[in-house]
Design a protein around this ligand. Structure first.
Ligand SMILES: [Zn+2]
Length: 432
C-alpha cells in the first residue's frame, strides 16, 4: 500500500475498483474474525463474509449508524487493550463522545492518509505548515495533520488555537507557507491584519487547508465565507473533509472540484433515505467503509453528512471519486413552511454580516409540519442590523426566524457548553 502512494489515483476506474475490492475482502474477513459487533451483524442477517467480494455486494450489509456505534461502543473494538496505542473521541456534540481506539498501525495509517491528502492539495516537503487546531483533548484530526506533515517531510509549527495577534507574530517569525485552519478564523486573521498594518498578501502564507466549514457552494463556486476571505487576502483555499470514525480525508486538488477519495484507504457510497446508492452527482448521505483500520473499524458507516459524489475523471488526471461540499447534516434538516432547509444556509447569511460576531441558531419542534428557528445574537446589535439580517434571510432562504438579543456572556456560555471542543453554533432541541 505504502509503495503505491498516489499512482493508484491515476489508474483506470476498473483498476482502482479491483484494487479496492481486494482490500475490501480482507477488511470484511478481519471484521468477522475480530469485531464482536460485526460478527453479530453478519450472523444475525445470515451473511457469509466470504460472499462479499465486490463493492456492489456491500448493499447486502445493513449500514451502521452513529447510534449503533454509540450504543455498542466496546463491541466495535477489534484488538485487546494492550494493542491500543491511542484513544481518541469524536466531537461529541450530543451526549458522551464515542471512543475510537487506534493501534500503532492505525496511527501510521493516519499519518499516511494525511500525507497523501496534503500532497493532493499541492503541499510539498519544502513547505512550512502552521497548524492552528488543537492537538490535545483526545482530538484525532490535529494529530493527523501533525504526523501527516512530518511524514511528508515538511516543517510544522503547532501554533494551536489562539487570537489573531499571536498568530501573526508566529507568521512573521517562522514564515509558514501553508496554514491548516478553520476558514472563518482565516477571515478573522485577514481582518485583524488589515486593521493593524499587516498586509496579508505580503505575508508568507499562500495556501490554506480549510477544515470544519464549507468554502464552496454545491456548484463549487466560492460561497459567501470564501468570498469574504479572498476579498481580503489572495490566498489559495483547499477544502478537506474527514471525521474521526472514517479516519480518512477527502481533499481538493488544484482543480478544486471536490475532495479526492484515497482509494487504498476508503470506499465511499452516497445513500438515499432507503439505504440505496443515489446516482452520480445526486445528494445523499456520505457512507464510508475505511480500509486497513485495525482498532475500531466501521463498515458502511452513515456519517449523517449530506453531499454529492462525482466519478468522472478530474482535470488533474485522477480517476478517484470526488466528494462535493457537505450541504447539510441529515438530522439537522428542517421543515419550515413547506420547504426543506439546513441551518448551514442560515449560517451562510449570518456570516455575510461582519458586525454580527457570534451567534447561536436554535431549532425546536413547533407543530407537525413546521420547525421553529430562533437566532441568538449579542445585545450590542442595532435594530437596523436586526432588520437587515431579517430582510437578507427572507430574500435568500425565504425564512424569517426570530432574532433574540442576549448579553455577550450568555451568548458565550451557549456557544461553549462544558466539554465542547468547538463552538456549538447550532442547538437542535427537536429529537433529544
Ligand atoms: Zn483532481
Amino acid at each position: 500500500m505504502r509503495s503505491n502512494e498516489d499512482k493508484l489515483d491515476f489508474k483506470s476506474k476498473e483498476e482502482i475498483k479491483a484494487s479496492q475490492e481486494i482490500a475490501l475482502q480482507k477488511q470484511i474477513l478481519y471484521l468477522y474474525a475480530n469485531s464482536p459487533f460485526y460478527k453479530n451483524l453478519f450472523d444475525t442477517h445470515k451473511i457469509d463474509p466470504s460472499s462479499i467480494k465486490n463493492i456492489s455486494d456491500l448493499s447486502q450489509i445493513p449500514a451502521t449508524s452513529k447510534n449503533d456505534l454509540d450504543k455498542n461502543n466496546n463491541n466495535f473494538q477489534c484488538v485487546p487493550s494492550n494493542k491500543i496505542a491511542e484513544y481518541v473521541t469524536t466531537s461529541g456534540t450530543l451526549g458522551d463522545p464515542i471512543i475510537i481506539a487506534l493501534t500503532k498501525n492505525d496511527l501510521d495509517r493516519l499519518a499516511y492518509n494525511e500525507k497523501r491528502s496534503l500532497q493532493i492539495a499541492g503541499v510539498t516537503g519544502n513547505d512550512i505548515v502552521q497548524l492552528t487546531t488543537t492537538l490535545d483533548k483526545m482530538f484525532m484530526a490535529g494529530m493527523a495533520y501533525y504526523t501527516g506533515t512530518i511524514s511528508l517531510g515538511a516543517s510544522v509549527i503547532r501554533s494551536g488555537i489562539s487570537n489573531p495577534s499571536p498568530q501573526w507574530k508566529i507568521i512573521s517569525r517562522f514564515n509558514p507557507t501553508v496554514t491548516i485552519t478553520v476558514p472563518s478564523f482565516l477571515y478573522k486573521l485577514a481582518k485583524f491584519g488589515s486593521s493593524n498594518g499587516i498586509n496579508p498578501n505580503e505575508s508568507s502564507l499562500k495556501k490554506a487547508i480549510c477544515i470544519g466549514e464549507p468554502i464552496r457552494n454545491k456548484d463549487f463556486t466560492p460561497n459567501k465565507l470564501q468570498q469574504k476571505i479572498i476579498g481580503q487576502w489572495n490566498i489559495e483555499l483547499y477544502s478537506t473533509y474527514a471525521s474521526t470514525e472514517m479516519m480518512t480525508a477527502f481533499t481538493e486538488c488544484s482543480e478544486q472540484k471536490g475532495g479526492h477519495q484515497l482509494p487504498e484507504l476508503i470506499i465511499v457510497e452516497i445513500l438515499d433515505d432507503n439505504g440505496k446508492p443515489v446516482e452520480d452527482g445526486q445528494l445523499g448521505e456520505v457512507t464510508v467503509t475505511p480500509l486497513g483500520v485495525e482498532g475500531t473499524p466501521v463498515l458502511r458507516y452513515r456519517t449523517g453528512d449530506l453531499a454529492r459524489a462525482y466519478s468522472d475523471k478530474c482535470g488533474c488526471g485522477r480517476n478517484t471519486i470526488r466528494l462535493g461540499p457537505v450541504e447539510g447534516r441529515k438530522n439537522q434538516m428542517m421543515k419550515f413552511k413547506g420547504t426543506t432547509l439546513f441551518p448551514q444556509s442560515i449560517e451562510e447569511v449570518l456570516q455575510s454580516f461582519d458586525e454580527i460576531g457570534n451567534y447561536v441558531i436554535e431549532i425546536s419542534k413547533n407543530t407537525i409540519d413546521t420547525d421553529s428557528i430562533r437566532i441568538y445574537v449579542a445585545d450590542n446589535i442595532s435594530d437596523k442590523l436586526v432588520k437587515n439580517i431579517k430582510l437578507e434571510l427572507a430574500d435568500t432562504i425565504r425564512v424569517t426566524p426570530e432574532l433574540k438579543r442576549v448579553t455577550k456572556t450568555i451568548l458565550a456560555s451557549m456557544l461553549h457548553p462544558e466539554g465542547a471542543r468547538k463552538p456549538m453554533r447550532i442547538r437542535d432541541n427537536r429529537a433529544y
